[in-house]
Design a protein around this ligand. Structure first.
Ligand code: ZN
Length: 210
């Protein structure tokens, strides 16, 4: 904890002062251009991997970067509420769903024992059961292939679920919003983007060269 306290002091005394004007300009209102939906994993740092600063990204993070289908529920729907707010009040221009390599949430789908003390996580991951069934048909024994497929199908599934949110399809048709699906590889720093036409993930720097 000492490191965190020292970090807070350094922020107040040094980092904040360096960007004081920016923070002052953001005092009364945020106007983020992008809704970033990522995994809660500590290794996925939205601002770092997009080279963005305060005020640019509206970030939603949960276990395994899952976008649930839209519904108005009686329970407390954190992810759905945040996405709904970004669309209805912030009028964001881009949505990025960013999955990542070696995702513990995706892996836990295949290890129910690991979730015996986490009933809410287990329930949350039930949204990925159809993906698990598909993956097991293709790669039941190949663990690397299983993770790779699950992580990527999950990203595409989240993207599809975004289309169930009010106004998303209309905004897409009118060219007011762009949807992007990314796959971030932790150990190489590479980011792949889903190509909707080719239905494959393409390294971002190579996009457009094909
Ligand atoms: Zn993850």
């Amino acid at each position: 904890m000492d490191n965190l306290i020292k970090g807070a002091i350094k922020f107040m005394q040094e980092d904040f002062k360096e960007h004081q004007e920016l923070f002052m300009s953001l005092k009364n209102k945020q106007n983020p251009h992008t809704l970033f939906i990522g995994c809660a994993d500590s290794r996925v740092i939205p601002n770092l991997i997009t080279n963005t600063g305060p005020g640019e990204l509206f970030v939603v993070r949960n276990i395994a970067n899952i976008v649930p289908p839209y519904r108005v529920g009686n329970d407390y729907l954190a992810t759905t509420s945040a996405i709904e707010y970004a669309l209805s009040s912030l009028h964001i221009k881009n949505i990025i769903v960013c999955g990542h390599s070696n995702c513990g949430g995706c892996a836990a789908l295949y290890n129910q024992e690991a979730l015996k003390d986490a009933p809410n996580v287990k329930k949350w991951l039930m949204m990925l059961e159809p993906i698990k069934e598909d993956v097991l048909r293709f790669a039941s024994n190949d663990l690397a292939m299983r993770s790779w497929l699950t992580e990527k199908l999950n990203i595409v599934n989240s993207l599809q679920n975004l289309l169930t949110y009010p106004g998303v399809q209309k905004a897409l048709d009118e060219g007011k919003i762009e949807l992007h699906a990314w796959y971030y590889i932790i150990e190489t720093g590479e980011i792949y983007e889903y190509d909707f036409k080719a239905k494959i993930f393409v390294l971002i720097e190579n996009k457009g060269k094909k």
